[in-house]
Design a protein around this ligand. Structure first.
Ligand SMILES: [Zn+2]
Length: 467
């Protein structure tokens, strides 16, 4: 298949359709009957589809992409004889994935650094067509980068963001500037309201501060997620928070407020079967508060990189490799009694996620790609596998990384599933994901608005790019 030619012709059509926004109105304005050259029709035939709704996978399906939209998903779809056809035998189609903890900065040698271009390519190569960044180091630069992507000057996923972290007073993170009070936060955020999808509350936010911040956000159409600490989960739910990041490691009622590294043993020793845990889980479910466990970032605390089954080193610059040896040094210098807690903490975290999922809590897939081995794109596939280790079926785990996340972002009318009429954000996997969920790593083709990207090309151009 001549991908270059295909890309150009589809790109032309996309220009005709106008810039695709993240606002969820794409399907209606894109469906207004533009003439479509024959090459604009792309077909994946005889493929297994996991459609993102959580429903059972279907085999032997033909997926038709036309003018940037999904035109058909059925066993007997009819398509133009001039269409570009991929024989999908032995392959799987999933929706464009959504990383709900998809930052665009990472850990640098001495501090965190923006990694926009490289991360964006890696996200896309991994089939991640949408990221939600819960907190930015430099919101203005991310907003400008998003504009570049939308204008076709850079390649990357659709970006939703929470902007500057909301913390109270002096944050535990040196570069986060906390706000003195919520009025100060409001005047800061006022000019950003049109750019943001959410606010992110950080560890120093207490109940009173949080309550006002949530009211402000909801009044302005933003959802609120939190990496909480000073506030309990009960309090966060009471004040109307919409999501909680990092799973058991930040469930203060069960693990306390311990910082790193004490949090590792606190998490190992938490009782996730206690009546308190049961009450908390019911509370999350009854109030539709989602959790994003970011399991793959917790692995980094162990310092054992063999748990990352992909070649993350190839994307690091020399400087980035220095970051890794520095991080490894930190982990290996932890007291042995702390390191001995790691595996139990990790298993406990997964048991908590499993209980929450079984009880009906919305669990979403997110990665938090700050440490160098949590590679954008690739680590989301690993997270999906861990969600399965926590009891999800493959269909449920894909749903957590697609339609369920799109619902939280408020874009599910146009995105998040492989369904007729939706924007053609989808991923062709070279492998049978039903039989081998690890084959998610083998992305063969990624479509964003029907524009085809070659993952191996993207990954090659991202080599050595992480600072
Ligand atoms: Zn984060």
């Amino acid at each position: 298949m001549k991908l270059g030619k295909l890309k150009r012709s589809v790109a032309r059509i996309i220009l005709v359709l106008g810039l695709l926004s993240v606002s969820g109105i794409v399907a209606s304005c894109a469906g207004t009957g533009n003439e479509s050259p024959a090459q604009s029709v792309q077909v994946i035939r005889n493929v297994t589809v996991i459609d993102g709704t959580g429903g059972p996978a279907q085999k032997g399906v033909t997926v038709v992409i036309k003018d940037g939209l999904i035109d058909a998903v059925s066993v007997d779809a009819i398509y133009d004889t001039n269409a570009e056809v991929i024989d999908g035998t032995g392959m799987t189609v999933v929706p464009g994935l959504i990383d709900m903890h998809g930052h665009l900065f990472g850990r640098g040698a001495t501090e965190t650094l923006p990694q926009h271009e490289t991360y964006a390519k890696l996200f896309l190569a991994g089939g991640v067509t949408t990221v939600f960044s819960p907190g930015s180091r430099d919101p203005d630069a991310v907003i400008e980068f998003r504009r570049r992507i939308e204008a076709g000057e850079s390649v990357g996923p659709r970006i939703h963001l929470a902007g500057r972290y909301v913390d109270k007073g002096q944050s535990v993170v040196s570069w986060i500037d906390g706000f003195g009070d919520v009025a100060e936060a409001e005047s800061y955020f006022e000019p950003y309201l049109g750019e943001l999808s959410a606010l992110k509350l950080y560890t120093g936010v207490d109940r009173d501060f949080g309550k006002k911040a949530v009211e402000y956000a909801h009044r302005n159409g933003l959802f609120v997620t939190g990496h909480i600490g000073a506030m309990t989960v009960h309090e966060a739910v009471e004040i109307g928070i919409d999501g909680l990041e990092h799973g058991l490691y930040t469930i203060t009622e069960l693990v306390g407020e311990a910082g790193y590294p004490a949090i590792i043993c606190a998490t190992a020793n938490a009782d996730v079967d206690s009546p308190e845990a049961t009450r908390l889980i019911r509370m999350l479910r009854d109030n539709d508060v989602y959790i994003t466990p970011t399991t793959v970032v917790h692995l980094a605390m162990k310092g054992d990189v063999s748990v990352y089954p992909y070649d993350w080193m190839r994307f690091l610059s020399e400087q980035g490799r220095a970051v890794w040896s520095d991080l490894k040094g930190t982990v290996l210098s932890l007291p042995s009694e702390v390191r001995d807690c790691f595996d139990r903490a990790f298993e406990n975290h997964l048991r908590f996620v499993a209980r929450a999922h079984r009880a009906g809590v919305r669990v979403l897939a997110g990665t938090d790609p700050i440490p160098p081995m949590v590679s954008p794109g690739l680590s989301l596939h690993l997270e999906i596998n861990y969600l399965m280790a926590a009891g999800m079926s493959i269909e449920e785990a894909i749903n957590a990384a697609s339609l369920s996340a799109a619902e939280v972002l408020g874009v599910d009318r146009s995105f998040g599933s492989v369904e007729k009429g939706k924007v053609a954000d989808l991923v062709v996997i070279d492998g049978n994901v039903l039989e081998d969920p690890m084959s998610l790593f083998n992305t063969y083709r990624v479509y964003k608005s029907g524009v085809a990207f070659d993952p191996s090309e993207l990954r090659q151009s991202a080599e050595g790019g992480i600072r």
